[in-house]
Design a protein around this ligand. Structure first.
Ligand code: CDP
Ligand code: CDP
Length: 211
């Protein structure tokens, strides 16, 4: 079984995907980390994120990079959304994601283009959303817990800028797949979001089994 989970920043897709991975005992890949690794490489190598050639040069990283705590920084998220708009960066990371999705026994991946590009034939697809204000609130709380000092307004502005960039790019924009189920977590607890996600996955599997 392949499960695709997409959605904008702080919608809850990672929390939901991790819980689904546990529930269905599937290996899980947070594809945002791949783009964040490229972004961190660009920053550390002093390259230009707006340059496609520079960003492609930063796509060569080893697995140790994927566990670097700096990947979680908000400025790396913003940088990731710049480098991820380059078609050649997306192409460089594509096989790795497709291989993960196609492994025996299935997999669950979360990101922006899993249901549309990486695993268009996924058995279940979720598109997770929440209002920009609520997402900013969540990100702000996370930042504060880590000792960050950015204001809520700053976080909201960053989220809006990232949404616009991710949805507006021409290659693999953030868009809900036609056959995805929508899950709005704005007014749902984590537990309720996960419960709803399992119900939506089960409904999609039942529908597929019936045809
Ligand atoms: O966790 P959060 O939603 O804040 O970000 P992320 O999933 O780690 O993704 C960081 C950035 O990488 C996003 O803003 C996207 O621009 C990019 N990304 C993408 O283009 N395609 C994906 N499948 C995953 C992430
Ligand atoms: O992966 P993504 O950036 O979409 O979001 P996340 O990291 O799963 O969730 C962002 C924050 O929202 C985390 O601190 C979650 O615990 C929280 N969250 C929440 O408060 N309520 C939900 N229904 C889902 C997530």
């Amino acid at each position: 079984m392949i499960i695709a989970v997409d959605g904008p920043a702080a919608s809850g897709k990672g929390t939901i995907a991790r819980a689904l991975a546990k529930h269905y005992k599937l290996p899980y890949l947070d594809t945002g980390l791949l783009y964040r690794a490229v972004a961190l490489n660009v920053a550390r190598m002093g390259l230009d994120p707006e340059s496609e050639a520079d960003s492609v040069a930063a796509c060569d990283f080893d697995d140790a990079m994927m566990t670097d705590p700096a990947l979680r920084d908000d400025d790396i998220g913003a940088l990731a959304s710049i480098v991820s708009a380059h078609p050649l960066v997306r192409a460089a990371l594509m096989q790795r994601q497709k291989r993960f999705a196609a492994q025996e026994g299935g997999a669950i991946l979360d990101g922006r283009d899993i249901g549309t590009v990486i695993a268009p034939d996924a058995d279940a697809k979720l598109f997770v959303k929440a209002t920009p204000n609520i997402r900013a609130q969540r990100r702000h709380a996370e930042l504060q817990a880590r000792g960050g000092t950015a204001s809520k307004d700053r976080v909201l502005a960053d989220i809006r800028a990232r949404d616009a960039r991710d949805s507006g790019r021409s290659t693999a924009p953030l868009v809900m797949a036609a056959d995805a189920a929508l899950l709005d977590t704005s007014f749902l607890s984590i537990e309720a979001s996960v419960q709803r996600a399992v119900a939506l996955v089960e409904a999609q599997r039942a529908k597929k089994a019936a045809v």
